[in-house]
Design a protein. Structure first.
Length: 534
């Protein structure tokens, strides 16, 4: 007969079993009991164990208050005395414990101590100290935390910028408020309800009403240089602000004040930097091609208003197994672009595929005509044509016709925070429903915080909408200065529904740029009447 055997439970096996349960449930009481048990049994605790205990303590301060703070620091002191070097997760947890104790200075010192261990803090590592200083209304020290973040090359996100904006509003620092509104514009675009509440508080308060002056000279020129939608010259206008929640029509007209929002592009300096970054990467990676030759060619052939990613269009919905390439689809796009602007686009196609297409008599005459007219450029064998059409569209500030979402690794290498903004403004999507070409042009306005030439502000609120006209916007104007046309303002409802406006019909679903008041193939706004922001 087989004897029954029972496995003896050792302190170590009991600890590991209980630790797994405790960490999974984030059990504060269990964590403290287990830590004390491990010490009493002389069990060896590693960094992972201690970080888990610290994390549980830091996340239990609201429920257990001072006890969680006390036990957390007890565990941290044990770690240091045991000569176990903390990592970023350690300091993040302990910094939160210090902040929960309203000791923002110690919270910040802990973050800076990571340098002693050659560990780089992350954004979350700073949050506890920053938010604690904001809570204590210690604006100067909150700004010092931001300076430290920026020194390490960290990019602030909405929670951090919103906190800094909040403390600036509370202490009445108008210059800082203005700066953080622009940081939200550049880095966040749409903002959440908590941030909107902070912005409303500023513009509805007494200090916000006192800042500003007359409409400055040269504002329009600065806005054009910046790409539109902002000037950054400081508060404009005088008097009380009118703060309201509203929506924006499909044509970009604010339904609250009547002002026309801009389709924001990246500024001239950023555009040049972007172009140079594309060149640097292309030259580095295009070993077997002569990208410089293309640059020189483009300098001599720079009168294009649209660039066409020919491979993307020709292969759209084709049978890849057969190597199918639709020249008629490509021709339809080229002709449509010409009809809209009376200028031929530049067609970029890989030379190897071009030779294959030229071998087919059905294609030869059309493609040879494009080559002879200088509107078709064949990228060299061994090259990646993505670099060519991207560089051309950036350099010439053109529209780019492609369905390529540019998420591949080569685009990630650009590492540019203005790449998404550039895409939004310049990329033209296409489709062929029932064989008929349909171009989807960039929006007539950008969903981003905007500062107008007259000093008004428009702030989009975060949310997912099938119809952008349903998005909530915060409209902030000074009626004494921003005297938008009453007739234009009253026509908000008509603009939303696409009805007659001053004798002009705006059809939001139309592909024809000639029928649109705010979009055009050139990337420059063509309007029947002057925009308030131009």
């Amino acid at each position: 007969m087989k004897k029954n055997s029972t496995k003896t439970s050792t302190p170590a096996t009991k600890f590991h079993s209980d630790f797994s349960t405790c960490s999974k449930n984030k059990d504060f009481t269990g964590a403290i009991t287990l830590f004390d048990y491990a010490i009493s049994q002389n069990l060896k605790l590693n960094l992972h164990h201690l970080n888990c205990f610290l994390y549980i303590c830091a996340n239990s301060t609201e429920s257990f208050g001072a006890l969680a703070i006390e036990k957390g620091f007890h565990i941290y002191n044990y770690m240091i005395s045991s000569k176990i070097n903390p990592n970023e997760a350690t300091i993040t947890a302990v910094s939160r414990l210090a902040a929960a104790n309203n000791d923002a200075d110690y919270s910040f010192e802990l973050v800076k101590s990571l340098g002693n261990y050659n560990v780089k803090p992350r954004l979350r590592t700073y949050d506890a100290a920053l938010f604690c200083y904001v809570k204590l209304l210690d604006a100067e020290k909150a700004y010092a935390v931001e300076d430290d973040m920026l020194t390490l090359g960290l990019c602030l996100e909405e929670p951090e910028i919103s906190a800094l904006l909040k403390v600036s509003v509370e202490v009445g620092d108008a210059e800082k408020v203005y700066g953080y509104l622009h940081k939200l514009r550049a880095g966040v675009r749409c903002v959440g309800e908590e941030t909107v509440a902070v912005i409303e508080r500023w513009f509805s308060g007494g200090v916000g009403e006192k800042v500003g002056g007359g409409v400055g000279e040269g504002v329009k020129e600065v806005m054009v240089k910046n790409g539109g939608g902002w000037h950054g010259l400081g508060w404009l206008g005088k008097g009380k602000w009118a703060v309201r929640r509203t929506s924006v029509g499909l044509d970009g007209g604010c339904c609250g004040c009547g002002e026309r929002l801009a389709c924001v592009d990246i500024g001239k300096e950023d555009t040049e930097k972007f172009a140079q970054s594309v060149v640097a990467l292309a030259v580095e990676r295009e070993k077997r091609s002569n990208f410089t030759q293309f640059q020189n060619w483009l300098d001599q052939h720079n009168d294009f208003e649209a660039i066409v990613d020919a491979a993307n269009i020709g292969l759209y919905q084709q049978n890849f197994a057969d190597g199918g390439f639709s020249v008629p689809q490509l021709e339809a796009v080229v002709k449509e672009l010409y009809n809209r602007s009376n200028k031929w686009p530049l067609v970029i196609l890989h030379e190897k595929r071009l030779h294959t297409l030229l071998a087919n008599p059905c294609n030869r005459e059309l493609l040879q005509e494009w080559i002879d007219n200088g509107i078709l450029y064949g990228t060299p064998v061994g090259s990646n044509d993505d670099w060519y059409w991207l560089y051309a569209s950036v350099k010439l500030k053109c529209m780019l016709v492609t369905n390529d979402e540019m998420r591949d690794h080569i685009f990630e290498l650009l590492g540019s925070n203005f790449f998404p903004r550039w895409k939004e403004r310049h990329q033209v999507h296409y489709a062929f429903p029932k064989g008929q070409l349909k171009l989807e042009m960039p929006p007539s306005y950008s969903i981003v915080i905007q500062e107008s030439e007259r000093g008004a502000w428009h702030v989009p609120v975060t949310g997912e909408y099938k119809d952008e006209s349903q998005r909530t916007w915060l409209c902030v104007t000074r009626p004494e200065t921003c005297n938008a046309s009453d007739e234009f303002a009253k026509s908000a409802e008509a603009r939303e529904s696409g009805k007659m406006i001053n004798g002009n019909y705006l059809n939001p679903s139309s592909n024809s740029l000639n029928n649109s008041e705010t979009t055009c193939i050139t990337g420059k706004r063509k309007e029947r009447s002057e925009s308030p922001t131009e």
